[in-house]
Design a protein around this ligand. Structure first.
Ligand SMILES: Nc1ncnc2c1ncn2[C@@H]1O[C@H](COP(=O)(O)OP(=O)(O)O)[C@@H](O)[C@H]1O
Ligand SMILES: [Mg+2]
Length: 347
């Protein structure tokens, strides 16, 4: 089922413009992530899609070809998973997962069959008869997901479903969730403020800021070709290189960096993973800290940036320079991002 949002906006009675007019399409079976900082309007858009929030006049929401804008939440057949599991605590896993089927009067035999199937897919079969309080947070969130998908909703909506879990659990459940969502093949919208979650789970990401979509695209496209400085900062933590311009080059405290043509009016951004230790490099700096992080060292280097900030670099390798060492650095020209603060192309 395709999901289409057209010219959809939300102004709350107090005047807050939580969502500016927005167009968005989520393809059949696609997992789209709404990614943005707290307060940017993600939940508002999700609640409008669910039918929990009435959008401004002129807004339109379509499920497939059907205009559902005026349809109540219980008529839309959406599955929802929230940060809080909102499970029935005194009921078993099986009863929780079967609840939506029961209220829809699905016959018991069919209900049992579907519940078993979903429990299997969510790797909960071994816990089917336990009360949900007896499960860990991660297991409870899997029950919430199983409960949402058991009635075979047309659209699955997830609002920060991993946020309440502790960090270690969140990371492991993230990849599991991605795999489970793919198995269900349900068109899904996944809200998160965490770029790593969006990158791991989504087919496409819609980056939001202050009620507006900034850019919509595959994770790779957003990372390699961000449309704005906001997107580059938010996905992949790009940092600005500020300095004097001289004849197509940028003069930093640590040296000279040749820029691409036609970059005069653009800000220059780079990511830590694009900076290399290189004895022939045109930049120099002094290592402040070198922290071993498993696959690479995280270096913080002073005296490169003109504004006094430390330059972060990832250094693959088995050894790293020490604090106080002077190092030379290079940045591949193709790794520099030229951006303005407004999106440059069509969104
Ligand atoms: N019922 C409401 N009344 C007034 N303002 C609201 C209401 N709900 C949300 N907002 C505001 O709308 C903006 C977007 O909120 P929300 O969609 O919850 O953001 P997010 O989910 O991205 O954190 C915020 O400024 C928030 O304070
Ligand atoms: Mg929210």
């Amino acid at each position: 089922m395709t999901l289409t949002v057209k010219n959809t906006a939300k102004t709350f009675p107090d005047g807050t413009r939580a969502l500016l007019p927005t167009d968005l399409t989520v393809g059949e079976g696609e997992i789209l992530s709404l990614l943005g900082p707290s307060g940017c309007g993600k939940t508002t858009l999700l609640r409008i899609i669910a039918g929990l929030e009435q959008p401004d006049a002129g807004s339109r929401v379509f499920f497939g070809e059907t205009d559902v804008t005026g349809l109540a939440v219980e008529r839309r057949n959406v599955g929802m998973v929230f940060q809080s599991y909102a499970l029935f605590p005194n009921m078993s896993v099986r009863a929780n997962v079967g609840y939506g089927l029961k209220v829809r009067h699905v016959p018991k035999a069919e209900r049992d069959r579907r519940v078993d199937e979903v429990l299997q897919l969510c790797r909960l079969a071994d816990y089917a008869d336990r009360p949900v309080q007896a499960l860990s947070g991660g297991q409870q969130q899997r029950v919430a997901l199983a409960r949402a998908v058991a009635p075979r909703p047309k659209i699955l909506l997830l609002d920060e479903p991993l946020s309440a879990l502790d960090a270690a659990l969140r990371d492991s459940l993230r990849d599991e969730l991605a795999a489970m969502l793919r198995q269900f093949r349900i068109t899904a919208v996944f809200v998160t403020h965490d770029q790593a979650e969006a990158l791991a789970i989504a087919d496409r990401i819609a980056v939001m800021s202050e009620g507006e979509l900034q850019q919509v695209g595959a994770p790779e496209d957003l990372y390699h070709a961000p449309a704005s400085a906001f997107v580059a900062r938010f996905i992949g933590n790009a940092i600005p290189l500020t300095g004097e311009r001289d004849n197509g080059a940028l003069i930093l405290k640590g040296g000279r960096l040749e820029l691409a043509e036609n970059s005069a009016n653009k800000e220059v951004y780079v990511r830590a993973e694009s900076i290399r230790l290189d004895p022939e490099g045109s930049l120099a700096g002094v290592v402040e800290t070198a922290v071993f992080s498993g696959g690479h060292y995280r270096l913080a280097i002073r005296d490169v940036l003109s504004d006094g900030a430390l330059l972060q670099a990832h250094h693959p390798g088995k050894t790293a320079p020490k604090s106080g060492d002077t190092v030379r650095l290079s940045i591949s020209p193709s790794d520099l991002l030229y951006l303005s603060d407004q999106p440059s192309g069509p969104k």
